[in-house]
Design a binder for this molecule. Structure first.
Ligand code: SF4
Length: 383
C-alpha cells in the first residue's frame, strides 16, 4: 500500500466540522465557537483539501463529526454534503454518519438536507436526559426535545446512536440509573457512554481549581460505568467496545475501521489520516488550517511513520478496546510479534493482577481491566 495518504486505498473517511454555538464547560475538542462568519471559508478550504485527492474515492464508511456539524445553516449543510458527495461517493449499503445536536434538528430543513444526501446514521449528542445534568454540562436541549427529534428521524434512519456522560459533579448512581432508564425508552440502536474527565483548558478545569466544582469520586463513577454495562446488556445491547453498546447489527462500522487498524482519510482541522504505517495529523487550529489550505495545502501539522514495533504495540492496545480482544495467532501473523515478545514481563503481570485474561487463543480485557483501561494502555505502550 502506498505510504502517501492521498494515494492510499482507504475505504473510510472522517470529516471534522469545527463549529459550535458555545463551548460546553467540559469540552476540549478542536473547535471554535461564536465564529460563524468563518463557516464559508471553511467550506472553501474543505473543498480544496478534498480536491487534493485528485479523483473521487468510493467509501464504505463516512463519518462527519465535530464540533457540531448540524450547527451549520441548512444551506451550508447542503453545500458541505454536496462537496462530500462529489469527492467521497458511497454505495447505498455504506454507513454514513453525521453527529448532531438535538436542538439543531428542530429545524426540519436541516433534517431534509441530511436525508436527501443519504445520511443513514445519526449520532446524537444527548449526554443526559436529566435537566440538572444538562444544565451543568451547559447543553442547550431539553429531554422533551430529544424525544421529539427521535420521533422525526426514526422512520427513515437505519441507525440512531446516543452519547451519554456519567461521572459528572454531584451525580448519584440513581441519577445515572434514570439516564439509562430514559434512554432505554427511546428507539435507539446504539449507545456510547463516556466517563467525564475534567481536561486542562476547559472552564470545568478552571472551576475545579477554584474549588467551585468538585470532581465526582472514582468509586461512584466506576459504579455508574458498571451499571451501564450490566443494564444495557440486560436490555439487549451488546457491549462490544469499552464505551460502545449496540443492538444486533448496529455496531458503528466506522469506528470498527479504527479499532481493526484499517486505513482511513481525515479532512478538516485536527483530523488524522492513517495509511497503515503512517499517521498524518492536520493542524488543530482552524485559522492555521485555513492558512495552510489557502497556500496550496496540505494542512498537515504532524506526521509519524510507525516502525514495526510501535505499530504492533499501538495495534495491540487499540484492538484490546474491543470486548472480543485479540486472537493471539492472528496478531502474531499480522504484526510479526507474539504479544508476550512485544510487551515483555509487564504483560504477565497485568494478567496475574487480573486486568487481562489470556486463554490458549485469545487475550482480552477483564471487568477489572475495563475499569482502569487508560492506565493499562500507558503501561503497555511504555518502552
Ligand atoms: S456541543 Fe459537543 S463539540 Fe461542541 S462544545 Fe459542546 S461538547 Fe464540545
Amino acid at each position: 500500500m502506498p505510504a502517501d495518504r492521498y494515494g492510499m486505498e482507504a475505504r473510510s473517511a472522517y470529516i471534522h466540522v469545527p463549529f459550535c454555538r458555545h463551548r460546553c464547560g467540559y469540552c476540549n475538542f478542536t473547535l471554535v465557537s461564536g465564529r460563524d462568519a468563518w463557516i464559508e471559508r471553511y467550506l472553501l478550504n474543505l473543498k480544496r483539501e478534498l480536491a487534493l485527492l485528485k479523483q473521487p474515492r468510493q467509501l464504505d464508511t463516512l463519518y462527519i463529526g465535530g464540533g457540531t456539524p448540524t450547527h451549520l445553516s441548512s444551506n451550508q449543510l447542503d453545500r458541505l454534503l454536496e462537496i462530500v458527495d462529489e469527492w467521497l461517493p458511497r454505495e447505498p449499503t455504506s454507513e454514513f454518519t453525521i453527529e448532531a445536536n438535538p436542538s439543531d434538528l428542530k429545524d426540519h430543513r436541516k433534517l431534509d438536507v441530511i436525508r436527501q444526501h443519504g445520511v443513514n446514521r445519526i449520532s446524537l449528542g444527548v449526554q443526559s436526559l436529566q435537566p440538572r445534568k444538562l444544565d451543568l454540562l451547559e447543553r442547550d436541549h431539553t429531554p422533551r426535545e430529544v424525544h421529539d427529534v427521535m420521533n422525526a428521524i426514526r422512520p427513515w434512519l437505519r441507525s440512531i446512536s446516543l452519547d451519554l456522560i456519567f461521572g459528572t459533579p454531584d451525580e448519584t448512581l440513581d441519577e445515572w440509573k434514570s439516564d439509562i432508564f430514559e434512554a432505554s425508552l427511546l428507539p435507539v440502536d446504539h449507545v456510547s457512554t463516556y466517563g467525564l474527565t475534567i481536561e486542562k483548558g476547559t472552564s470545568f478545569w478552571k472551576r475545579k481549581h477554584e474549588n467551585s466544582l468538585i470532581e465526582l469520586d472514582e468509586d461512584t463513577s466506576a459504579s455508574c460505568y458498571e451499571y451501564a454495562i450490566d443494564r444495557l446488556s440486560e436490555l439487549g445491547f451488546e457491549h462490544y467496545e469499552i464505551s460502545s453498546f449496540s443492538r444486533p447489527a448496529h455496531r458503528c462500522q466506522h469506528n470498527e475501521v479504527y479499532w481493526s487498524g484499517k486505513p482511513f482519510f481525515g479532512f478538516g482541522p485536527g483530523a488524522a489520516s492513517y495509511t497503515g504505517t503512517r499517521r498524518d495529523m492536520n493542524h488543530r487550529s482552524t485559522s492555521q488550517y485555513f492558512k495552510l489550505m489557502e497556500t496550496g495545502g496540505p494542512a498537515v501539522f504532524e506526521s509519524e511513520t510507525l516502525n514495526q514495533h510501535r505499530r504492533a504495540k499501538e495495534r495491540l492496545v487499540i484492538g484490546l478496546r474491543r470486548m472480543e480482544g485479540w486472537n493471539l495467532a492472528h496478531f502474531e501473523d499480522e504484526y510479526g510479534f507474539s504479544v508476550h515478545g512485544l510487551v515483555g514481563p509487564k504483560l504477565k503481570e497485568l494478567i496475574r493482577l487480573g486486568y487481562l485474561i489470556e486463554t490458549d487463543s485469545t487475550l482480552k480485557l477483564s471487568r477489572a481491566g475495563l475499569m482502569i483501561s487508560d492506565s493499562l494502555w500507558t503501561k503497555i505502550l511504555a518502552d
